[in-house]
Ligand binder design. Structure first.
Ligand SMILES: NC(=O)c1ccc[n+]([C@@H]2O[C@H](COP(=O)([O-])OP(=O)(O)OC[C@H]3O[C@@H](n4cnc5c(N)ncnc54)[C@H](OP(=O)(O)O)[C@@H]3O)[C@@H](O)[C@H]2O)c1
Length: 292
């Protein structure tokens, strides 16, 4: 029997990954590993742990597991590691792959909206401002948010991750560099602000995209609706409706008032599902079908 282990099984992403794995039809055995558990040999290990832990564990278990799917940002920009969203770039996984990285949650929402437009338009520049849920910061941030007088209560905080020497946050840099890697568009300019808001689940992004020609709005909606797990809604969709769903929702598409090559729209999606556990499950499904 094939085996899939979830490491960090008691965290936000770990718990959701366990639930997601139940959706896979191929028979396999799931094993759960917490902080102090010894990891046994596995076909696939899903690391639902923070960066330094993922690096240590990946090194420690590399001879015991066939494939590692890592949810952290530790390996995402390593040129030898595929950074995969199965709807977009499953081809990045090859028979030689050992470790696959699952992308940043906010980046995932953005690239889900851009990938279907790639065959239609040249996209030189994109700007986004994110409205990111508390659960994106893991169970520690949820606990902090639930305490009376939390800084995040009735607030919005333009600091996610850590401030880097160039003034951007680590979260903002993920938005730039992961987008380029996943879309295989090394020259796309990504401008962004990432902001934490007092919403428990589902990240949102307000996006402005510059293309090379006047945009046909109906063509864009059609491209989005034909893409798996993506839907354009004529009515407003908020994080509340997106929570618990597998779909990445887009609404409020409109052309710029002056430049018809520029469009604005709003994205919302469950950060714990498509932004993490569901994407991880889709990678596991792909590995079970093709490589294990
Ligand atoms: N939350 C999101 O929306 C999201 C989205 C995309 C990617 N990610 C990434 O996914 C990873 C997990 O995030 P999270 O939100 O689930 O964080 P979390 O809620 O803090 O969970 C982290 C888990 O890792 C466990 N852990 C720590 N050290 C360990 C060790 N040595 N061996 C095994 N397990 C260990 C913790 O165990 P204890 O239970 O004992 O503390 C905890 O259960 C992070 O890298 C994060 O950046 C998160």
């Amino acid at each position: 029997m094939k085996t899939v282990g979830v490491i960090g099984a008691n965290g936000m992403v770990g718990r959701n990954t366990l639930a997601e794995l139940e959706k896979i039809k191929t028979p396999f055995q799931v094993k759960k590993f917490g902080r102090n558990d010894e990891i046994t040999p596995l076909d696939i290990a899903v690391l639902c742990t923070d960066n330094p832990v993922s690096r240590v564990l990946a090194g420690k278990i590399k001879d015991r597991v066939k494939f590692i799917v890592d949810m952290s940002s530790e390996f995402r920009l390593d040129p030898s590691v595929p950074l995969v969203i199965p709807e977009i770039n499953p081809h990045a996984i090859t028979p030689d792959t050992h470790l696959i990285a699952s992308p940043n949650c906010t980046t995932t929402g953005l690239v889900m909206s851009l990938a279907p437009l790639k065959p239609l338009y040249h996209m030189p520049e994109v700007f986004f401002c994110s409205y990111q849920a508390i659960s994106g910061g893991g169970k520690q941030l949820i606990d902090e948010f639930n305490k009376a007088g939390s800084y995040y209560e009735k607030n919005c905080v333009p600091l996610i991750g850590s401030i880097q020497p160039n003034g951007h946050t680590s979260e903002e840099l993920k938005g730039i560099y992961e987008t380029r890697k996943i879309l295989e568009l090394p020259d796309i300019k990504v401008y962004c602000h990432t902001v934490r808001v007092p919403v428990e689940v589902s990240h949102s992004l307000g996006v402005t995209l510059k293309t090379d020609k006047p945009v046909d709005l109906e063509e864009v909606k059609k491209a989005w609706n034909n893409f798996p797990n993506l839907r354009y809604s004529e009515s407003v969709i908020t994080p509340k409706e997106a929570a618990g769903k597998e779909t990445t929702f887009i609404c409020r598409l409109r052309a710029d008032v002056e430049d018809p090559r520029v469009i604005n729209y709003f994205i919302t999606f469950d950060n714990l599902l498509k932004g993490a556990a569901m994407n991880g499950r889709q990678i596991v499904e792909l590995l079970l079908e093709k490589y294990v």
